[in-house]
Design a protein around this ligand. Structure first.
Ligand code: COI
Length: 354
């Protein structure tokens, strides 16, 4: 791919690395590329970070043909810049595009674009423990027409933001409300896609419970509201009686890269992983009887986030005395150890950005 560069006239002051929060600061440059029906992808560029022009009639603004991805770049102690399983994000974006009738961006082009923009912004990859450069690739229909049908022109953009932890709680447990009123997705819908629409539909439930001190909601299935799905910002895992349970990839939950990585690692450690439907009543009963030993969310932004408390229909269960459990801690240490280059890359998941 031929990538042109447009130089910025001035560079930004770097943020306070000790107080990054999440998604608040953006780097000097971004990657952009256009798609035109009949021509394909063209005009790959690294340009100064800034507004993109969008006609008020652009299709994405009306019919939400938009998909995105989330990944991170890590600075190793020896200064190397590492990224984690980018091909998984590329493939997931292709599946999201397929469902939303958007053009495919081939895996090699996606990975090359990510590496090119991260390489151009290496000095924005923070070095403090727990900090990373969050990578947000996204694609949207930008042709101008009112009418529901697939767009003919699209833009693919990658922006970068240096981040600390996603939750204010950091690696400390979060409180989760099990949502009974709203649903996030149903089989046959877009639950398995990373598209903005899924997140737009979820905000109302999150807003409702945040006022009560809960960080997120745990979604139940859209048909029966009986089975546990995911927490919108992360997949979830439960250690019950020595086994780890997580919802299966049945089309309504996001196929998380961290989810997949954790399953591989846990199996390697000899932990029995059950990718099965998890009835919420079974989970709450396990909580009450003490069989629910640990619960944690897994995601790129969230990494491994222990869940200390679940509330469902007025019932509350506290998990592991609201403390980070040993398995969550071990997974966190192992996964981030690999991602930051402190541990050997035994699965071939790490790419160095040069
Ligand atoms: C990610 O984990 O990368 C996501 O996109 C989740 C989002 C809520 C930040």
């Amino acid at each position: 791919m031929n990538i042109a560069t447009v130089k910025a006239s001035t560079l930004k002051a770097k943020p306070d690395w000790n107080d990054l929060g999440f998604g608040k600061y953006f780097t000097d440059y971004m990657f952009t590329m256009e798609y035109t029906e009949g021509t394909g992808w063209h005009d790959a560029k690294i340009v100064p970070y800034g507004p993109v022009s969008l006609d008020p009639g652009a299709m994405v603004l009306h019919y939400a043909q938009e998909v995105f991805e989330g990944m991170k770049a890590y600075r190793a102690k020896d200064g190397r810049i590492l990224i984690f399983r980018p091909e998984m994000n590329a493939r997931r974006m292709m599946r999201s595009c397929d469902r939303l009738v958007m053009p495919q961006l081939p895996e090699e082009m996606f990975v090359e674009a990510v590496k090119a923009i991260v390489a151009a912004q290496k000095d924005w990859v923070p070095a403090l423990p727990g900090t990373t450069l969050y990578i947000r690739p996204f694609m949207y229909a930008d042709d101008v027409v009112i009418g529901v049908h697939p767009g003919k022109t699209y833009k693919f953009v990658i922006i970068l933001t240096p981040v600390g932890s996603y939750y204010a709680e950091g690696i400390n447990p979060v409180k989760i409300h099990v949502e009974e009123e709203y649903v996030r997705a149903a089989i046959g819908g877009t639950g398995f896609c990373k598209c903005g629409g899924n997140y737009a539909a979820s905000i109302i439930a999150q807003e409702k419970v945040m006022k009560e001190g809960y960080s997120q909601v745990l979604w139940l299935d859209g048909a029966e509201r009986k089975y546990v799905e995911e927490v919108g910002t992360m997949n979830v895992m439960f250690k019950i009686d020595g086994e780890v349970w997580t919802a299966p990839l049945d089309g309504s939950i996001l196929p998380g890269v961290t989810r997949d990585s954790c399953i591989t690692i846990l199996k390697d450690w000899g932990v029995h992983v059950r990718e099965e439907l998890i009835p919420i009543d079974f989970l709450m009963d396990a909580g009450k009887s003490g069989k629910l030993e640990e619960a944690f969310g897994v995601g790129t932004a969230a990494v491994i986030s222990p869940i200390g408390l679940l509330r469902y229909k007025g019932d509350v269960v506290t998990i592991n005395d609201f403390k980070t459990g040993p398995l969550a801690k071990k997974l966190y240490d192992f996964l981030t150890g690999m991602q930051y280059g402190d541990l050997p890359d035994k699965y071939g998941w790490i790419h160095e950005v040069k």
